[in-house]
Design a protein around this ligand. Structure first.
Ligand code: ASP
Length: 582
């Protein structure tokens, strides 16, 4: 037996017991005749004492050979400490070591294995197995496991069954590039790794399984903008014989359960807003509603004077920054510079100071009266002491820019509190979105999403206006899940493919298996998928998903620890009938 107890376990009640412990040497303190060692494992730290007087000189000599991260086993007696440490649960005792076995030596680790380490990101990733020994990383992985286990508990209690779907498949259209795998046995042919198990879960519904879920890896070859991973994990779900309302209730239930079990937070019914309202009111489809700062559209109260910038704009829109009148002129100028950076791209910003005495002072006083400004304050819900920030121009651009500004200001004002949770549903997404590059419509969600029956008549005349039975769950300004009610008949599915620019032959070649299945009694069905990495990060009150992934990839999609991707040798290329043309 390697150990009788873990290193987080022994207390004052255990004094007098003979125990065996094992773990890593966190640090040693050498006082000549006495040596203390902090012994660490996943469960905590226990202090060991090697004492020439109470045991033997030999023990102390042996202890002197120990280095950081050596793996050792000790046998000894639990004794009460003279100077107690109230910061750790085992702080009242120590182990008087009578026998020491070095199970494995260690090189000096390249960074300190402490909560605050001196190791930079790249170094920690290269030695991720050492990084995982650190509490913050270890605790995040334990947290993630808890979320996954609670998810499984909830869903299985609701009658969902977990089914594994294949990883070597054919392209699934989730809007990203596929990772492909050459097939040795089928020369010149390739598998694609799933961007999601979308088609398989629909086939499971045709197969009659009724309620499916899977905690599953998905693969998307995208440019790795902020905090994305080429492989990530979904809680993927599908249900048969359901309407949108059933799905919303089921998965609102899951999220409410997780918030309660994991965070101890009770949330009432989630607000529901439409995509259109979200865009108009927050400038994006995943609003953070922990704070207000709603958009106020000002066209009708700002386009009646001689101010050309506003008059020529498609949209004039503002937000009221709580307490923003306290900003100095210089701070406001800095803010304007900030939104003019290419990353945001605003052309400028008009502002109105809402003074405590009810008067207003703006950067466009030349053009507008106090009465005009009072109307702007009303539309943006600005109070005395606030600052109204106004942008103008092309509707889509201005909304995006103002939503970036809204989030930035909220962050600066401390309104995005990590331990506050504000989930909501965004409903009625457009079915299609125009893609400038390919000059055609793409499915906004994916091609299996059903159009709202009442909008079907617009499909030929005004396709961009057709709404879908599609929904996203948003938490604290992040899309944590999304899904739709699916098309379940061959005719509508063929029509969809047609609108997405597939010829019938292409549709058949790529999705014939699904269309065929729809001819054998496909039930009405729908579902959604949560992004587990992001969900866990938000519930954990943190921003980056990498911190919750055991072995993440860096921004170039590399695993610097195992050094992947990497070259393969010529023999392997030949076997796969591949030639490189670099
Ligand atoms: N497959 C979709 C996705 O990955 C989710 C869904 O529609 O259920 O976003």
């Amino acid at each position: 037996m390697y150990r009788t107890h873990s290193n987080g376990e022994l207390r004052i009640e255990n004094v007098g017991q003979e125990v065996t412990l094992a773990g890593w040497v966190q640090k040693t303190r050498d006082k000549g005749f006495m040596i203390w060692v902090d012994l660490r494992d996943r469960y905590g730290i226990t202090q060991l004492i090697f004492d020439a007087d109470r045991t033997s000189k030999k023990m102390v000599e042996e202890a002197k050979t120990l280095g950081r991260e050596f793996v050792i086993q000790v046998k000894g007696e639990v004794i009460e400490r003279v100077s107690k440490n109230s910061n750790i649960p085992t702080g009242e005792i120590e182990i008087l070591v009578k026998e020491l076995t070095i199970l494995n030596k260690s090189l000096v680790p390249p960074f300190t294995i402490e909560d605050e380490t001196d190791g930079g990101d790249e170094l920690r990733m290269k030695y991720r197995y050492l990084d995982i020994r650190r509490n913050p990383v270890k605790n995040n992985l334990i947290f993630r496991s808890k979320v996954a286990i609670e998810t499984r508990k909830y869903l299985s209690n609701q009658g969902f069954i977990e089914v594994e779907t294949p990883v070597l498949i054919k392209s699934t259209p989730e809007g990203a590039r596929d990772f492909v795998v050459p097939s040795r046995m089928n020369e010149g042919q390739f598998y694609a790794l799933p961007q999601s198990p979308q088609t398989f879960k629909q086939l499971l519904m045709v197969g009659g399984l009724d309620k499916y879920f899977q905690i599953v890896k998905c693969f998307r070859d995208e440019d790795l903008r902020a905090d994305r991973q080429p492989e990530f994990t979904q809680i993927d779900c599908e249900m048969a014989f359901v309407e949108q309302e059933d799905i919303l209730n089921t998965f609102e239930g899951l999220t409410r359960y997780l918030l309660k079990e994991i965070n101890g937070v009770e949330i009432d019914k989630f607000p529901r807003i439409t995509y259109e309202y979200a865009m108009k009111t927050y400038g994006n489809d995943k609003p953070d509603i922990r704070f207000d700062m709603k958009f106020g559209e000002l066209n009708d109260v700002a386009q009646h004077k001689d101010f050309g910038v506003f008059n020529n704009a498609e949209l004039v829109v503002g937000i009221a920054v709580p307490g923003g009148n306290a900003y100095t002129r210089k701070e406001i100028d800095n803010l304007i510079e900030w939104i003019k950076r290419p990353q945001v791209g605003a052309l400028g910003m008009v502002y109105v100071r809402c003074n405590e005495d009810g008067s207003f002072k703006s950067s466009v006083d030349k053009f507008y009266t106090e009465e005009d400004l009072a109307k702007w304050a009303e539309k943006t819900n600005a109070k005395a002491g606030d600052l109204i920030c106004i942008l103008s121009g092309n509707t889509d651009k201005v909304r995006t820019q103002l939503s970036i500004l809204r989030m930035e200001l909220a962050t600066r004002l401390g309104l995005r509190k990590p331990n506050e949770f504000a989930p909501l549903w965004v409903l009625d997404f457009p079915l299609l979105e125009w893609d400038e590059e390919s000059k055609r419509y793409h499915a906004m969600h994916h091609p299996f999403t059903s159009p709202k029956p009442e909008d079907m008549h617009l499909l030929d005349t005004d396709p961009g206006k057709v709404r879908a039975n599609a929904y996203d769950m948003v938490l604290n300004g992040n899309e944590i899940g999304g899904g739709s009610i699916r098309i379940h008949d061959k005719k509508t599915q063929a029509l969809m493919f047609d609108h997405l620019g597939f010829t019938p032959e292409q549709a058949k070649e790529q999705f014939g298996f699904l269309m065929n299945a729809f001819e054998y009694g496909a039930p009405p069905h729908g579902g959604l998928a949560f992004g587990l990495d992001r969900l866990v990060a938000i519930l954990g009150g943190q921003e980056t998903i990498r911190d919750f992934i055991a072995f993440p990839k860096n921004n170039s999609g590399r695993d610097v620890m195992i050094d992947a991707p990497s070259k393969i040798d010529d023999a392997q290329l030949k076997e796969l009938c591949l030639k490189l043309d670099l």
